[in-house]
Design a protein around this ligand. Sequence first.
Ligand code: TPP
Ligand code: MG
Length: 568
Amino acid sequence: MTAATTELQEQTTPTESATISGGHLVAKALKAEGIDVIFTLCGGHIIDIYDGCIDEGIKVIDVRHEQVAAHAADGYARVTGRPGCAVVTAGPGTTDAVTGVANAFRAESPMLLIGGQGALNQHRMGSLQDLPHVDIMKPITKFSSSVLTTERVADMCAMAFREATAGAPGPSFLEIGRDILDAHVPLENAVLPQPGRYRVSTKSIGDPASVDRLADILTKAEKPCVLLGSQLWTSRGSEAAIEFARSLNIPVFMNGAARGTLPPGDPHHLHLTRRHAFNNADVILIVGTPFDFRMGYGKRLRQEATVVQIDMDYRTVGKNRDVDLGLVGDPGAILAEVTKAADGKGAGGRESWIQSLREEENRLKEERLPRLMREDAPVHPLRLAHEINEFLTDNTMYIGDGGDVVTFSGGVVQPKGPGLWMDPGPLGTLGVGVPFAMAAKVARPDREIVCLFGDGAFSLTGWDFETMVRFNLPFIGVVGNNSYMNQIRYGQIQKYGEERGDVGNKLGDVKYDLFAKMLGGYGEEVREPKDIRPALERARESGKPSLINVWIDQNAFAPGTMNQTMYK
Ligand SMILES: Cc1ncc(C[n+]2csc(CCOP(=O)(O)OP(=O)(O)O)c2C)c(N)n1
Ligand SMILES: [Mg+2]
């Protein structure tokens, strides 16, 4: 045998090829999306994903309830603009996460929930924690599927992310069996979609003719107004919206995640006069928010007004209310395009309209001021909201999680910039506060987080305050404590009278400040309005997760609650 043949033989001798497990393929797929943290509660089915996360440098935040993991993934998506990911075990782990996924579904927030499942060779045999997860998740996701081979784990994750992020975003669900995660396959057999190459931007401006028509409608309008909704933030269209409002000289109202697009004090920022504007405008532009209950299903708009709707989802446009023009696409991109199309067409002559709204706004503010400044104890919820509003900095994210106490705050608290407001969205889920604070602080450690809780809402997911302590995630929590589920109690009193009003809604007089201290955080109790601000300052200085327990008036009910038709 010559030296040459020996060398050839050595080259062709099969060497052991590199292998990779399903759990590690999950981690690679998350990395490809730029995801740097997962929220999870452990279970034997899913531990190989953790092992993969170690290799890929993905942080594992383990929480105390899967609902929290799912809400945190939703919150992470809202803050970062990248999809969030929660990993939960089979059976109860997955069902516990249902509420978080449902919330993301109604809020159009892109997240991936990965749930465990028994091994394929025990399919339908009654393995531990076996449930039809995919069927359970189907109605509350954009995409819900099992993963049936280890080779395609990353490919299926890419598919799930494509569905979650394209068009109007939303959650995806993947069920991955224990054996699929554990098995090792040759690396070259694994399908590994490359970062940035398996999905594309759907930032479209829709029909260009509609853009021109909208520019035309707006330049000719005498009394136009625009409502910016949550999709504006989803599409990161804040700058486009500001430019649009200024160059077309249009008064702006904001709701949901779009709050803060224009800061308070901006000449085009309006807040209290929305109903007045909707009753009097000649053109009403609705951007990225559906005609749902928050909009009176579209019925609270002046009948004669020209109504235009922009939305990422074609199914939302014209739903519940006819529109004169609808545009489907990316709200930010469309507003930028409309601004361009309107350039030079002139948009003057509406000073008196804006002036009249401003005067009405000031009148309503003046009228409300004494209520914001009330000195009574227990504290009036409006005074609490006012103190919080005064406390916010340009870099404070405000999160609301509760019933009436949060409804009160909606009229008072004004975030100082885009992306600084979080609420559950149209599912109205209590319990998002701690998980949203967790996600926001993990994603943006430089940012201050203030979260206002109802005492009822806090109780749902409050144990994860401990997770905030364990991971050193400081935030300033305020519990508006009325020892009731007051928003519901109000309706019961109205319907059944005082004596029957307290059934099923009375809570204990819980000292949440002590709860915070017990778990290693900062806590204080406040009874007098004048003590709120100093307590907030001390919580800020503590640098710890904190809860300020503020005893508030049990008999103050929010006008929003009083107006709800279900109680009329
Ligand atoms: C998960 C969930 N359960 C129940 C409800 C119904 N609900 C709406 S407001 C409310 C009361 C909330 O009480 P609290 O947080 O203490 O706020 P308060 O109204 O007392 O200010 C309830 C139970 C809900 N929205 N979400
Ligand atoms: Mg309460």
